[in-house]
Write a protein that binds this ligand. Structure first.
Ligand SMILES: [Fe+2]
Ligand SMILES: [Fe+2]
Length: 309
């Protein structure tokens, strides 16, 4: 991965657009309160009545999907550090966005943990130990320049939105579903901010931006990939239809790539053209892998949610 543009100059050039997008965000982001989503009437003291494995009402893969969703949200201190490092430039719109985004993200772990604790749907000791492991390990990435960072978060926010939304639908619990709809609405607005600011960057640095986007698509990993047993748990989540290759390709990668009109841009340098060729190849490979996975699952007794599309 190469970075051949002036990172600070780009952030300065993008700052007016960041300000406009932040203002737009503040107009449409409705205030909400985690406590209003939690059925506190179900609460019982854990000292009198400790958690036992027969208490959860979530079935199938729902517990795993909630655990991964919460532990992913828990790692916010690491995400804040990275995002502040990548585009917490100056003392204006960028910094204000980083602060606002962090504050909104903080609510996601709060509401998820309160829900899971009050409903006893997951072992609270397992959750707390998972959180400790997760935060002690932290989250990091090698390439922390603004274009790569913006490309990653645009895809990641959409991926998180869909994973949360499908977890709610899969859970078959109206309380959980309502929480996940609410969180997914936040993630969507986050995605829209990052997508649109990178859309502006594509006008200023088209070749560098295309290369960064392709790098991020090819290397994409969910932010929770460092969670212990993530591969096994992600496989369960994929089998359940909550988040699989088809969802990733068709509902996360393609809509954003199309929005940016990556395959219609002209005047790119040779390296960006080459990157675009690799992107097309990668999308074809994902399509093939998704098709094979769907065929396999069609013959499997594993209970799978029906896609929303
Ligand atoms: Fe979140
Ligand atoms: Fe988000």
């Amino acid at each position: 991965m190469t970075v051949d543009y002036d990172e600070q100059a780009l952030l300065i050039e993008l700052e007016p657009e960041a300000g406009r997008l932040l203002d737009r965000h503040l107009k449409v982001a409705n205030e909400w309160f985690p406590h209003e989503f939690i059925p506190y009437r179900l609460g019982r003291d854990f000292d009198k009545e400790p958690w036992t494995p027969d208490q959860p009402r979530l079935t199938g893969v729902a517990q795993t999907a909630f655990e991964i969703g919460l532990l992913t949200e828990d790692n916010l201190p690491s995400y804040h550090r990275l995002i502040h490092g990548m585009f917490g430039h100056g003392d204006g719109a960028w910094l204000n966005w980083v602060g606002r985004w962090t504050a909104e993200e903080g609510r996601h772990a709060i509401v998820l943990r309160d829900y899971l604790t009050v409903t006893r749907n997951i072992d609270p000791i397992l959750l707390e130990r998972g959180r400790m492991t997760q935060l002690e390990a932290g989250y990091d990435r090698e390439h922390a320049d603004p274009l790569h960072g913006l490309a990653y978060v645009a895809f990641q926010e959409l991926a998180t939105r869909i994973a949360h939304r499908n977890t709610g639908r899969y859970s078959d619990d109206p309380v959980a579903d309502r929480i996940m709809v609410r969180i997914a609405a936040d993630e969507n607005l986050h995605m829209v901010f990052y997508r649109d600011i990178l859309g502006e960057a594509l006008k200023l640095q088209p070749s560098a931006a295309v290369r960064a986007i392709v790098d991020e698509v090819l290397a994409f990993k969910m932010p929770g990939a460092g969670i212990p047993s993530f591969i096994r748990k992600a496989a369960q989540i994929a089998k359940a239809g909550i988040y699989d290759i088809r969802v990733h390709r068709d509902e996360v990668l393609l809509p954003v790539i199309k929005h940016w009109r990556i395959f219609e841009l002209t005047g790119l340098d040779g390296a960006a053209e080459e990157a675009r060729r690799r992107l097309a190849e990668h999308l074809d490979k994902l399509d093939e892998a998704a098709r094979r996975f769907e065929e396999k699952m069609a013959l499997s007794p594993f209970p799978r949610m029906t896609p929303a599309r």
